[in-house]
Design a protein around this ligand. Sequence first.
Ligand code: PLP
Length: 453
Amino acid sequence: MNVNEAAKVHAVYLPQDEMPTHWYNILADIPDQLPPPLDPRTLKPVSPEPLLRLFAKELVMQEVATERFIKMPDEVYDAYLSLPRPTPLIRARRLEKFLGTPAEIYYKCEYVNPTGSHKPNTAIAQAYYNMVEGNKRLVTETGAGQWGSALAMASALFGLKCSVYMVRASYDQKPGRRVMMETMGADVVPSPSKNTKFGKSILETDPNNTGSLGIAISEAVEDCLAHDNTKYCLGSVLNHVLLHQTIIGQEAKKQLEMIDVEPDIICGCIGGGSNFAGFAYPFMADKIKGKSDAKFVACEPKAVPSTTRGTYTYDFGDAAEMTPLIKMYTVGHKYQPPPIHAGGLRYHGKAPSLCYLINKGYMSSVAYSQNEVFEAACILARTEGMITAPESAHNVKYAIDEALRCKRNGEKKTIVFNNCGHGLLDLQAYDAFMNGRLEDYEPAAIEVPKLIH
Ligand SMILES: Cc1ncc(COP(=O)(O)O)c(C=O)c1O
């Protein structure tokens, strides 16, 4: 593409027949072996077998797979095409102009599907494998409601029942998400709930508990173990979830190649880490091989500062201590996240591969409070006409700050972010921000229990 053509780019569309056919597995390229998940009783690495009670077999195999590329089943590929995929890559020219920056800003539109976020990329794969293996019902947790909506949709597509434990804070803040899931046929229960022993035990001591992803995960796992023909699905953190999300970054890479653009800064928000990993890892492969010196920045809330103030250590993935111990940045599995509107970022830990990359210096991370994040989101809305999810608003804030830094330093960098969800069911959060009703939260001290000495 010549300079004049590149100057005209507003949106880059990858033809459907160029959509990637395989997921990319970063475990094939990470220089070290990741610290394995440990059995909390023996402190020995867990074998995949106990996971088979919870997850479809194929997903357990993907969890431990080491091949670089894994082929998507045809049915999953077709379902992706009808979401629709590939999603566009937009050049945010009006935002650039408003900021007066020499930087170029691009974003990947992961909100252009019926449920409005990146979550269907893995929900479709997980529901498909469960259907093929003869399972009848899926159970999960949801923070913001985006993951629950995606699994409700995918379950409907593949004829499965779906039950969702929705973190109480989000259940109250986002009734639209509950109705969306119910419309697609799912049962939605506020968590902590009276459905499980763990939920009941919390409600006995604290009837107004607003919940957390850690608690909702424990409830969903307990429900799964108590019912036949039922499997559990997780919307983030695990290797197989991140793997499915790599369709995002592979498409984005091809789209940037189509316009001869090399990214300098790649950023995204992190709750469990799946959208950012899925977006970043196909680019990270080049950095690990020394072929790129792009900067990778993960954005999180100051209210749940896992990577910026937490500890890199072994911790439980859930509040009831039912999962294996996972080596990750964590604020502690008993941490009660404040009820920020970015419900999908209220998770105490992060994906092990992402934490490894941060720990080894391949990535960095930043934290923001909700008011500054919504201010950035309003700038995006008023320049690009796009109302982003409270979660992705975190990386919008980073992209804007970075573009302003470029302006001050006279640098022409290319910033690319994953716009991983729309905020059309989060409008009351925008309303609270615009009317000065949004509170900022920051824990004074964070105590992470040392589970392994
Ligand atoms: C729109 C959106 N973005 C980000 C996240 C955070 O999850 P992850 O870090 O796995 O992408 C969520 C989780 O619910 C979400 O709904």
